[in-house]
Design a binder for this molecule. Structure first.
Ligand code: CAA
Length: 258
């Protein structure tokens, strides 16, 4: 499908989406978010894809929602169009693993989109922030909630109240990103990680993702019960039989993703 604001590629079992509005630092316009949603839905349906990467370019992952598109919206526009909810949350419904690969700016909606992904790999050039307060608004795509869960109240509050940006090293130290990678090896290392994930059994990946996400939504005892039941369910898969047989026979497993 031809897209205007994103570039979509498949690399073996990895689906790659590159946000591609460099003239606007990948500002997340309505059209871009619709296209991203369509691309993610297509990867979800494609049984050959087992991990997904969302990235930008060297200067920007995304500098936020498109301010020029938003500036004249009224309350009634935002409310009736269900701004954000209507087209921003496609990544949250993906059951396959989604990595945010962030170089340069991840600001406002860009930081929020990265946080919707399963984990963030950051180039040493990455900068994160929720600068909405500088525009007389507040984060509207989950920034106040996800940043607080990831960084704790004090740092989340400071970030959102001052609008300051955080460099990659601080973001890793604070738990916002899983790993910082040198910029000259960034995409190579990202794809290596995505390929490693894609080399596993798809149902096992999906169960892991469901369980880790449940940890953020529920009590420990309920979460443990959920994990235990998923663990029990994994014994119904052919890949569990294959994975354990391969270990015992000292060979590589051959998954059939069932
Ligand atoms: N929306 C629309 N256009 C944007 C944009 C955005 N979020 N961010 C950058 N651009 C555009 C600029 O207007 C500029 O376009 P022109 O060349 O046509 O003037 C182009 O991208 C390049 O940007 P700059 O010239 O500003 O580049 P810079 O290197 O000097 O500065 C920056 C970079 C500090 C990131 C600066 O662009 C900036 O502050 N951008 C806005 C960041 C922001 O406030 N993001 C939050 C948006 S609100 C939001 O996201 C709400 C939500 O929670 C959903």
């Amino acid at each position: 499908m031809p897209y205007k604001n994103i570039i979509v590629e498949t690399h073996d079992s990895v689906g790659l989406v590159q946000l591609n509005r460099p003239e606007a630092l990948n500002a997340l316009s309505t059209e871009l978010m619709m296209e991203l949603g369509e691309a993610l839905a297509a990867f979800e349906k494609d049984i050959a894809i087992r991990s997904i990467v969302i990235t930008g370019n060297e200067k920007a992952f995304a500098a936020g929602a498109d301010i020029k598109e938003m500036k004249d919206k009224t309350y009634m526009d935002a409310y009736t169009q269900d701004f954000i909810t209507s087209n921003w949350e496609a990544v949250m419904t993906c059951r396959k693993p989604v990595i945010a690969a962030v170089s340069g700016y991840a600001l406002g909606g860009g930081c929020e989109l990265a946080m919707m992904c399963d984990f963030i790999l950051a180039s040493d050039t990455a900068q994160f922030g929720q600068p909405e307060v500088n525009l007389g608004i507040l984060p509207g795509a989950g920034g106040t909630q996800r940043l607080t869960r990831l960084l704790g109240k004090s740092k989340a509050m400071e970030m959102c109240l001052t609008g300051r940006t955080m460099k990659a090293e601080e973001a890793e130290r604070s738990g916002l990103v899983s790993r910082v990678i040198e910029s000259d090896q960034f995409m190579e290392e990202v794809m290596k990680t995505a390929r490693k994930i894609a080399s596993k059994s798809l149902p096992a990946l999906m169960m892991v993702k469901e369980c880790v996400n449940r940890a953020l939504e529920t009590s420990l005892s309920e979460g443990l019960l959920f994990e235990r039941r998923q663990f029990h369910s994994s014994f119904a898969t052919q890949d569990q039989k294959e994975g354990m047989a391969a270990f015992a026979e000292k060979r590589k497993p051959e998954w059939n993703h069932k």
